[in-house]
Design a protein around this ligand. Structure first.
Ligand code: B12
Ligand code: SF4
Length: 500
């Protein structure tokens, strides 16, 4: 069987960040183990034209197509499905998976008639069983983990069991990915020190209940982990094969399990790979960790820990069911910094009850924290599958469901699909831009200080990406000049988002 996997382009703009479509690479690895031939077309990161997609598919001659889509990609995925079916000239089954269909497989098949099969949740074994059934000419009835059309009905088969232990999975099929596109590190990501980077997914599922988050639709809330040894094996392989020096863990919450965290650190220290890493943590789990564990993580190579802090208003934190307090958030960031690790945070504005005063509270909190990376602001976007999807709808705060416009940040000229009870979409964009500007002013100052202290990183990053560096002085002058005009002559700040 020949399986062609596709990760569509981001409609409307160039990619935010080139990161590997690991889901497709995992599925391809599993299919290859079974003797199938696979191909991955990462249109998102390559920026390839649709014509190139069709050429690649024609050359490969697939028997099965698998497309991955987040919500804002689903329309593109559907349009391209039509093009692929037409170009290949025969009835090749197209399965779509990933976050959007994980929460709403039936609705997606109803809304998008060209998809034949939707595969919600974890896809490795659903895809394996689907390929086996198609190859053997068996009906889809027996394939667990898929939703498909039968005559005019949509049929949902029983789900696959969650994969456990996760160590049974092979490493992703890196050889099918344009790996070089994921390496380059921008000068703004200074702490990676110019090392080649790659992402790893080492745990699945987050036990928390944040109302804006869609992770549970894919993974459930059950926390599953790969062993420390298995993860370090993957790091070692990436180092040997691709000279990767820095890993960004894409897990929702890396350090839920203290023992696994320690096992991983000990293994990494013992093997002395000279690799660094960054990960996402939750403030409450970090709060529970002893300084010993934090220091061990630092010793193992942890450069930066990211936190979803979201807001500076306790009322808003409680509304979104974040499950942390502002004190915990602040304590965790300070502790991480005291242990010699950098700290970054993600922020969201636009929660249903938010007023401008709430957003300003967030800005103040943001300024107070000793963060090392100042991330820009997202606007709450109610992805289907999240609790806010239903809450906002019921409260009349959802403005439309044009999925293509369901981005939560980095999209110039795009209004959010929601409002709050007190702020309209334009006001949310104005506040977001004000926040982003503040973030960039901090970032430029922080980068300057970091590079003063680490001139060798400056040299390394500069040689890796000189063009990106050249934008630094221009951005700095622009931000300062606009701020000066705003303060001195009340000239409004430009509405366009900032960033490098
Ligand atoms: C890394 C990441 C990114 C990377 C993209 C990486 C990439 N190329 O895949 C970047 C930073 C670019 C990104 C951007 C965005 N992201 Co993002 N991202 C993630 C993150 C943290 C990890 C994804 C990952 O690597 N997973 C690991 C692999 C193994 O899993 P997977 O890709 O999901 O694949 C598995 C299953 O989904 C399924 N599957 C997937 N595809 C297919 C296809 C078939 C045929 C089958 C059978 C199965 C299947 O099987 C796979 C293996 O088990 C997730 C959070 C999470 N916990 O998943 C959010 C997440 C996917 N992102 C999300 C969002 C909202 C976005 C943005 C829209 C945000 C924005 N800026 O507006 C953009 C969209 C950009 C775009 N593509 O158009 C949401 C998606 C919600 C939704 N309903 O769409 C998530 C779930 C975050 C969350 N907690 O809510 N993201
Ligand atoms: S902690 Fe992160 S991954 Fe977990 S539910 Fe909240 S937002 Fe989602």
């Amino acid at each position: 069987m020949r399986a062609f996997f596709h990760y569509p382009e981001q409609a409307g703009t160039p990619p935010i960040e080139r990161k590997p479509p690991l889901g497709l690479a995992y599925m391809a690895a599993v299919l290859e183990q079974e003797g199938h031939k696979c191909f991955i077309f990462d249109q998102y990161s390559t920026g390839a034209e649709d014509g190139e997609l069709l050429d690649a598919a024609r050359r490969f001659k697939p028997d099965l197509i698998g497309i991955s889509a987040v919500t804002p990609m689903i329309k593109t995925a559907h349009r391209q499905t039509g093009m692929l079916k037409e170009a290949l000239g025969k009835d090749i089954p197209v399965a779509v998976g990933g976050p959007h269909v994980s929460s709403s497989a039936e609705a997606a098949l109803q809304e998008f008639p060209r998809f034949d099969i939707a595969a919600p949740n974890e896809g490795e074994f659903a895809m394996r069983d689907l390929a086996r059934a198609l190859e053997e000419g068996r009906p889809l009835e027996g394939v667990r983990g898929i939703v498909y059309r039968e005559n005019s009905h949509i049929v949902r088969n029983p789900p696959q069991d969650l994969i456990e232990p996760l160590d049974v999975l092979p490493f992703p099929a890196w050889h099918l990915l344009p790996m070089h596109l994921y390496y380059p590190t921008s000068p703004t990501i200074y702490y990676r020190g110019g090392r080649k980077t790659m992402g790893i997914f080492s745990t699945r599922g987050c036990p928390a209940f944040c109302r804006f988050c869609d992770s549970h639709s894919i993974w459930t809330r059950k926390y599953r982990k790969r062993s420390g040894k298995n993860v370090v094996d993957e790091m070692e392989a990436l180092k040997e094969k691709y000279k990767i020096g820095h890993i960004y863990f894409l897990d929702d919450t890396f350090h839920v399990d203290k023992k696994r965290t320690l096992d991983f650190c000990n293994e990494l220290i013992e093997r002395d790979l000279d690799m660094t890493f960054e990960c996402y943590g939750r403030a409450d789990f970090t709060d529970l960790m002893t300084d010993d564990i934090m220091r061990k993580m630092k010793q193992a190579g942890l450069k930066l820990m990211w936190f979803g802090l979201e807001t500076g208003s306790q009322e808003t934190l409680d509304h979104m069911r974040k499950g942390i307090s502002l004190e915990q958030a602040e304590r965790s960031v300070r502790r991480v910094r005291e242990c010699g690790i950098l700290a970054g945070a993600f922020w969201i504005i636009g929660f249903p009850n938010e007023t401008e005063a709430h957003v300003r509270q967030t800005f103040e909190f943001y300024r107070r924290l000793p963060l090392s990376w100042h991330d820009t602001f997202s606007i709450l976007t109610p992805y289907p599958g999240t609790e806010y999807y239903w809450i906002l709808k019921e409260e009349g705060l959802t403005l439309h469901e044009d999925w293509e416009r369901y981005y939560n940040r980095h999209m110039p000229g795009l209004l959010p699909p929601v409002r709050t009870k007190h702020l309209g979409p334009e006001e949310l964009v104005r506040l977001k831009n004000e926040g982003d500007r503040m973030a960039w002013e901090y970032n430029l100052t922080d980068h300057f200080h970091y590079y003063l202290k680490h001139p060798h990183h400056l040299a390394r990053n500069f040689t890796k990406n000189p063009r990106a560096f050249m934008t630094y002085p221009g951005l700095f002058v622009k931000l300062k000049w606009e701020r000066f005009l705003n303060r001195a002559f009340k000239v409004p700040l430009p509405a366009e988002p900032v960033g490098m």
